[in-house]
Design a binder for this molecule. Structure first.
Ligand code: B1M
Length: 210
């Protein structure tokens, strides 16, 4: 088994205590940080499939998520490279009703590494909290909203609708993403941009803030 496969199967098994060390070993062997990250994302896809097929349940998904977070902690300095804050300020959060944060955290990390200062509002963020955060930080350039469940797509729609009504609307850009979100949905709800993954989110944020 290659080191990357070992990392993936350890994440899948939720062995949080082992993941950090294995990720470090994978780095030491010369594997690129992005490849290690992708092996962990692949492991979460396997976990998701097993959950869908009733082979595992919520607790197993949760331990796998914890394990992945440990791995990302070790990877972070190898993925993040930019100079902090120079590109402007970004607010990010997972929308109300949604507790998934790994993807959102990766997007935050990549945007930070593109030179932005990132204010992370966490998960289950009601629209009012996004609004409050922009009002308290009028220099904010971009608001990023993540949604991972088909059942929280309406919550994302509502968040964007509330943001669209605010007097500050013309001063900010709204970016949306997450597994069930599409460009079409983003257009339909009136967001400014959709991106599929964390790396493209960082690239898009640069474009929008230019
Ligand atoms: Co949940 N869950 N979960 N879960 N979970 C999914 C999403 C699911 C696809 C699994 C499945 O059935 N196959 C499914 C959703 C099905 C659907 O909506 N159609 C699901 C379900 C059903 C649920 C519950 C309802 C289960 C239950 O309780 N019965 C429940 C809901 C809780 C809630 O939120 N209210 C639930 C709970 C959980 C846990 C809490 C146990 C845990 C999350 C822990 C945590 O995040 N701290 C969990 C997990 C771990 C998953 C899976 C297995 C992995 C998610 C993940 O971290 N992926 C997931 C299956 C899967 O994704 N394959 C699943 C890795 C991460 C890097 O990818 O988050 O997609 P992702 O982020 C990507 C892109 O989406 C994108 O960039 C990232 C990568 O570059 N992206 C953006 C994300 N946000 C963006 C914002 C942007 C741009 C890109 O803005 C510009």
């Amino acid at each position: 088994m290659s080191k990357l496969q070992e990392v993936a199967s350890t994440v899948e098994a939720g062995k949080a205590k082992l993941v950090g060390g294995l990720v470090q070993e994978a780095l030491d062997e010369g594997n690129a940080a992005i490849d290690i990250l992708n092996s962990m994302i692949g492991a979460m896809d396997v976990v998701g499939e097993k959950f869908k097929n009733n082979e595992i349940f919520v607790p197993e998904m949760l331990v796998a998520a914890r394990a992945m977070k440990k791995g990302v902690e070790v990877l972070k300095p190898h993925l993040a490279t930019g100079s902090a804050g120079a590109a402007g300020k970004v607010i990010i959060g997972t929308v109300a009703g949604d507790l998934h944060d790994i993807g959102k955290n990766l997007v935050a990390m990549m945007i930070e590494s593109a030179g932005f200062e990132v204010m992370d509002l966490g998960v289950d963020v009601p629209p009012e909290k996004f609004v409050e955060a922009v009002n308290e930080n009028p220099e904010v350039k971009i608001v990023v909203c993540s949604a991972l469940l088909t059942t929280t797509m309406p919550s994302l729609k509502n968040t964007v609708a509330v943001l669209n009504e605010q007097p500050f609307r013309s001063k900010i850009k709204i970016m949306v993403g997450g597994a069930p979100i599409t460009q079409e949905f983003s257009d339909e709800i009136g967001a400014d941009a959709y991106t599929e993954d964390a790396a493209s989110a960082a690239k898009k944020a640069k474009e929008l803030a230019a």
